[in-house]
Write a protein that binds this ligand. Structure first.
Ligand code: HEC
Ligand code: HEC
Ligand code: HEC
Ligand code: HEC
Ligand code: HEC
Length: 233
């Protein structure tokens, strides 16, 4: 596959590649499906400059994902918070924890090693540049962070839980009902069959999250596209 997109390419050759026609498309698709291991990046868990725990901050303290990832439902790209967000609390809470030394270097101008530089978090999830992805387009249509990132609320250290391969994107684009939720539940990591009754009339045949997903799909006409140009502009 390497020579389809040599290192020197920009997006133009990709557009050509995508338009070349059904034979190449068919081969490429078959190749992605059968030759790319689904588990390619699953489990990637780099260590971070500060041992930041989602379990403490989300599960125990009850912070919403958007408190820190504040662009995720309004923009294509989901931001990682700046030191300011942490410093709001940690100039008071656990101020002297040695784990927070890099935060002091970044934020505390009284600190002997202060340099004012942003904390260098190691990025975990990264699509190749030739893929177009958009967070808000998913989150605002009833797809939860949990479907694509796993149980982040329980993670002491974040790892990649899903492959994010092309086949993985397409599996959901073809059958989104397995994942669709009412918008109120997108940030609820305990969502399950027990919650369905809140959204349907008593005695309804809609009982599981997948039943409800089917209903939402029809009601809101959710139909993710599968044409190549959807994700490769
Ligand atoms: C208090 C702030 C805070 C809250 C609340 C928070 N996060 Fe994070 N998140 C971070 C920081 C800092 C990082 C980067 C360091 C790391 O990976 O642990 C991060 C990293 C991530 C990553 C990996 C990013 C990458 O590099 O690929 C994902 C996915 C993520 N968060 C999802 C969530 C979800 C889902 C929620 C809500 C359940 C949430 N976060 C709540 C601060 C937060
Ligand atoms: C809303 C307030 C709040 C925000 C925002 C916040 N934290 Fe915390 N953090 C806490 C509290 C409270 C604790 C202590 C929890 C406990 O002891 O059970 C804590 C604990 C920690 C610890 C463990 C400290 C130790 O010595 O055990 C680290 C590390 C940490 N936070 C890093 C961060 C980072 C990095 C950010 C920004 C991405 C951040 N926190 C944002 C409130 C916050
Ligand atoms: C449909 C799947 C999907 C959903 C839903 C989703 N993400 Fe992501 N997320 C991705 C993909 C794919 C990437 C890599 C994107 C890229 O490289 O541009 C990513 C990247 C990230 C990053 C890293 C961005 C960076 O630049 O470091 C964070 C943080 C993140 N997601 C948080 C969240 C949060 C919080 C939610 C829920 C509110 C969420 N995501 C919902 C698929 C998803
Ligand atoms: C868990 C289900 C799910 C996964 C996984 C998923 N998608 Fe989607 N995607 C959707 C849904 C639902 C929509 C919204 C369709 C609608 O609005 O009718 C959507 C819409 C889109 C759109 C159209 C956005 C716009 O701006 O109109 C793009 C592009 C896209 N997805 C790319 C991706 C890529 C790339 C991946 C893999 C990295 C991916 N998706 C993974 C469910 C998913
Ligand atoms: C729903 C989004 C989506 C659609 C639709 C899509 N792709 Fe992809 N494609 C991806 C993602 C994501 C990757 C990157 C996979 C990875 O990093 O493992 C990718 C990678 C590729 C690659 C690189 C080779 C490889 O196996 O990783 C080629 C070639 C490709 N796609 C061609 C196509 C063609 C041709 C079509 C139309 C038949 C298509 N794609 C439709 C999301 C999509």
């Amino acid at each position: 596959m390497a020579n389809i997109f040599p290192r020197w390419t920009n997006l133009l050759p990709l557009k050509i590649a995508v338009c070349i026609g059904t034979t190449v498309a068919g081969i490429a698709l078959a190749f992605s499906y059968y030759a790319t291991p689904k588990t390619l990046r699953v489990g990637y868990q780099p260590s971070q400059p500060i041992p930041f725990s989602h379990k403490i901050h989300v599960d125990q303290l009850g912070l919403d994902c958007r408190y820190c990832h504040s662009f995720v439902d309004v923009a294509g790209h989901s931001n990682v918070p700046t030191g300011n967000t942490c410093w709001n609390c940690h100039q008071h809470v656990q101020r002297d924890s040695p784990k927070l030394e890099p935060l002091h270097r970044s934020m505390n101008d009284q600190h002997p090693h202060y340099d004012g530089k942003p904390i260098e978090w190691v990025r975990i999830h990264k699509s190749p540049d030739y893929v177009y992805f958009n967070h808000s387009a998913h989150v605002n249509r009833g797809i939860s962070c949990q479907s694509c990132h796993g149980d982040v609320n329980q993670m002491e250290v974040v790892y990649q839980a899903e492959s994010h391969s092309m086949g993985w994107c397409l599996d959901c684009h073809r059958a989104p009902e397995k994942h669709l939720r009412p918008l109120e539940e997108v940030f609820n990591f305990d969502y399950g069959d027990k919650d369905v009754a809140r959204y349907v009339a008593e005695g309804s045949a809609v009982k599981t999250t997948e039943d409800l997903g089917k209903k939402l799909k029809e009601q809101f006409k959710v139909s993710p596209k599968t044409s190549c140009a959807t994700c490769h502009h």
